[in-house]
Structure formats: C-alpha cells, structure tokens
Write a protein that binds this ligand. Sequence first.
Ligand SMILES: Nc1ncnc2c1ncn2[C@@H]1O[C@H](COP(=O)(O)OP(=O)(O)OP(=O)(O)O)[C@@H](O)[C@H]1O
Ligand SMILES: [Mg+2]
Length: 273
Amino acid sequence: MSLGGAISVREATKVYDPDGAGVLALDHCSMEIGPGEFSVVVGPSGCGKTTLLNAIAGFHELTEGQIFLDGQLLSSPGQPAKPGSDRVVVFQNGALFPWLTILENVAFGPLAQKKLEPPEAHKAAATMLETMGLSFIAHDYPGQLSSGMRRRAEIARAMMCHPKVLLLDEPFRALDALTKTVAHQFLMEVYDRERPTVFFITHDLDEAIFLASRVYVMTTRPATVKKILDVPLPRPRDFRLLASKECQILRAECQQAVRDEALKAFSAGEREM
Ligand SMILES: Nc1ncnc2c1ncn2[C@@H]1O[C@H](COP(=O)(O)OP(=O)(O)OP(=O)(O)O)[C@@H](O)[C@H]1O
Ligand SMILES: [Mg+2]
C-alpha cells in the first residue's frame, strides 16, 4: 500500500551565496519520482545531491524552479522553505537523543506530535524495533550501540511517523560491508511493509542497485539528471541477487555513467568521487 508521495522536481536551480561566490549547485534539474518509488541518487562528490535533498526536505529555498509533493507546491523562489512531518530526513551523522533509551527515542515523534498516548507510542515503537531487528537493545542508550545499530534505530525512529517521503543522505556510509548488508535487509523490510517514497543518496553502486527501483545518475556540478536506470528486480530482494548477471549489467552501466561525470569533475578541479 502506497501512502502517496509523488515528488516532482521541475527545473530546480540553486545558487548559494548569490551576492558573493555565487556557487551554482543545481541547474534546471528535473525529476519525477513516483509514489512509493525507491529512488537512489548517485553522482560525483560535490555535484549537488545533498542540495537537492535539502530542497525537497524544505531546509532551503530554490533560486529557480519548483518542487511539488503530490501536486502541492513545496518549494519555489520567494516561498519560505517548509519542512513537514510528511518528509523525514535520516542524516549521515545521526540524530538520536543520547539521554533517551532507544525505545524512548523511537517513540519520541508520535509523542511529541501528540499523535499517540505513551502506552500506544511505546507499543508501536517496540513493534518497529522488532521489524528492524533491534528488540534486544530497546532499553539501551545510543552511546551503547554499534554504528550499524544506531543507523537502524534512526530509520525506525523516522518511520514511526509514517512519512510519505523518507530522505536518506548516505546513511550507511560509515558501515563496514557486512554490517551494511544487514542494514539493507532491515531497511528493505520496513520499506516493503510501509512503501514510503524513498530518496536515498549514496556513492556505493552495489547499494544503489540492490535497493533502488530507479537510480538517478547526476552530472558533475551543477547537478542535473544525466541518466535514469530502472532496476526491475522483484521484491523482497536477497543480497545474493547482486551476483546475478542482470545486476552486474546494471551496475556496469551505472558505473560507466558515474565515472564519466567523476572524470569531468576531476578535470574541472573538483574532488574525485
Ligand atoms: N551552504 C552552502 N553555502 C555555499 N556553498 C555550498 C553550501 N552547501 C553546499 N555548497 C556547495 O554546493 C555544491 C554542492 O554541494 P552538495 O553538498 O549538495 O554536494 P553533494 O553532491 O552532496 O556532495 P557529497 O557527495 O560530497 O556529499 C558544492 O560545491 C558545495 O561546496
Ligand atoms: Mg552530500
């Protein structure tokens, strides 16, 4: 069941510091993300991926263009940026409250929004932790967890408000390869259950192909969409899929597109991917 969550990015342009350095991060970037789509965004470092995510999240205003969510205008020049509970962001460096247990952290959103009373919120949080394979650390504090568990707890917390859109900026970047496959499995489980629209940024192409319904390869800065790759693999997915011929062909195609752009960025003096 999809919650809606169609994102329409139309000619989005973002210039940072327009009166000073004038950094053009997005240049007439357009993207149509379907409701419940698992979109994965890859591209050279510094091309503008986080800038686009922040614009969808409502953290900053566009210089030109518009972003719509289910036909409602989210962002356009002159319109103050508006975060909302329909879009939840999971950050690279995490944001759990260190003074609350994991269960209390996960229950925090619906309690703060007065959507649930404490007993219901704690029951829902316990169920969500079970889905993410974290029941055994429900009463631990964030400081006692490994980084893989912390990332999973953050996703559990984000999903407690049943957002239409889940925005993730390289959430598993710091995890080792084995821990990452575990985190993927739990993320897929919660995605298959709730079907939010996902906007997931990564530099890891195996991760991109494994998770995505569609991969958007961005150009070097200023970002626009260079290539869209559909990933028509059935769900639920198993990590052994990555060894299949179909996945390897998709990965090679993705790698070629990213590499071409990374080389352009590199020769233009930006950092490599
Ligand atoms: N607040 C800001 N003020 C000025 N320039 C910024 C700001 N935020 C980002 N930029 C610049 O905008 C460009 C795009 O940055 P962004 O963080 O969106 O890239 P990215 O694709 O997410 O990179 P990475 O893969 O390294 O995370 C970069 O040149 C960056 O230096
Ligand atoms: Mg970024």
